[in-house]
Design a protein around this ligand. Structure first.
Ligand code: SF4
Length: 371
């Protein structure tokens, strides 16, 4: 049986960041209680349609999930218990913005069963935080990490960005060293990209040039490895045993239910793969206009491409047997049809879908060959 996870989207933020293209909305006083009940309806509708299966992991993403009072999440956790979908081993992550730092919330999430916190720090440099329009200070970020550690969250991720306006290599190293010196177990280290439909797209900031980016990236990678974290995906680094189960499930093409405004799901049904997408705007979602907005099955060519777009992001790639298990397709045929050029260039290891060191350095090229 394909493992199954659950993604829960919380769509509100204190303020929209200028680089953000997520489904996030500024709101002074979001209707969290009503939203919590709608999440339960979504979950139970999905269970009825897709069957009960224990969850490998749950991820509360956003938006800013840490804005949501724990009490508003109680009905959802009660439903998860009632349907026996979680146990003590289920990884349950909640994203926290240091600007919403609240010890009561943190204790409440923990009491509900949240056992992993992902903190959106982005930078420890006040100027960079200002460029990014973040609502929190450097001090908020440090204290948010310390709060989570004091509460005993051993599984702790910090998000950091690089390639920021006016950022030099030494700034990148300062951010990394600050996070790593705080004993975190997982790091997500992303390059800022300018996405359509963002304030940065309309008014682009000046970003570091390619050569500065490359230098900072090489120095940054070494800094992370020296601190004892291993890279296991393009942007993900972890101490041994602290890889994010939830993200691994995406990259290994597992199934997931998606509940909440705009949430996506992926399910294996009688050997076919279905995508689900819920109504995007929180108001429409709460009005229950079309909570199950869209469902469609994937064509087999799309299945192969999507699976490999995910699997090749992992350093260890994907074995042929896992590929076959998740897609029902013959890996040898897919390799012949989609990777003749990549093989000729030496970008893939033999007998599995895994980038060679050369392929890893040119991963974008390799992934583009799939599309
Ligand atoms: S806090 Fe996160 S989700 Fe909210 S606007 Fe900023 S980047 Fe987007």
């Amino acid at each position: 049986m394909t493992p199954r996870a659950l993604y829960v989207h919380i769509p509100w933020c204190l303020k929209k960041c200028p680089y953000c293209d997520f489904n996030s909305h500024e709101a002074a006083d979001p209707p969290f209680d009503a939203y919590g009940h709608q999440l339960v309806e979504d979950l139970e509708a999905d269970l009825e349609d897709f069957g009960h299966q224990p969850l490998k992991s749950i991820f509360f993403g956003g938006g800013t999930p840490s804005l949501m009072p724990p009490q508003a999440l109680e009905p959802l956790f009660a439903a998860l218990d009632r349907h026996r979908l979680i146990n003590a081993a289920t990884e349950i992550t909640l994203e926290a913005n240091p600007g919403t730092r609240d010890l009561g919330h943190l204790a409440g999430y923990q009491a509900l069963g949240v056992n992993r916190i992902s903190i959106g720090v982005q930078s420890f440099n006040p100027a960079s935080l200002a460029h990014l329009g973040r609502v929190h200070s450097v001090d908020d970020a440090r204290r948010c990490i310390e709060d989570a550690q004091t509460r005993g969250f051993e599984k702790l991720n910090v998000d950091l960005m690089h390639g920021l306006p006016a950022q030099q290599a030494e700034d990148v190293l300062f951010d990394l060293n600050t996070a790593l010196s705080m004993g975190i177990s997982h790091l997500s280290w992303y390059q800022l990209t300018i996405e359509p439909n963002t304030a940065f797209y309309k008014h682009p900031p000046t970003l570091p040039d390619e050569s500065s980016l490359e230098t900072a990236e090489a120095l940054g990678l070494q800094c992370i490895l020296d601190a004892g974290l291993a890279q296991y995906e393009i942007s993900a680094y972890a101490r041994p045993g602290h890889e994010a189960e939830h993200n691994l499930n995406y990259w290994e093409f597992g199934d997931y239910l998606g509940i909440g405004a705009g949430a996506h799901g992926k399910l294996t049904i009688d050997g076919r793969l279905m995508r689900t997408t819920r109504t995007r705007h929180p108001n429409h979602y709460l009005n229950r206009d079309s909570a199950h907005a869209e469902r469609h099955y994937l064509e087999s060519a799309t299945v192969a491409t999507e699976c490999l777009m995910n699997g090749l992001r992992l350093k260890r790639g994907m074995s042929y047997s896992l590929f076959q298990e998740r897609t029902g397709l013959d890996p040898h045929t897919v390799r012949r049809e989609q990777f003749a050029r990549a093989d000729a260039l030496g970008l893939l290891e033999p007998d599995r879908f895994q980038a060679t060191p050369l392929g890893w350095r040119h991963l974008n090229t390799l992934l583009e060959m799939l599309v």
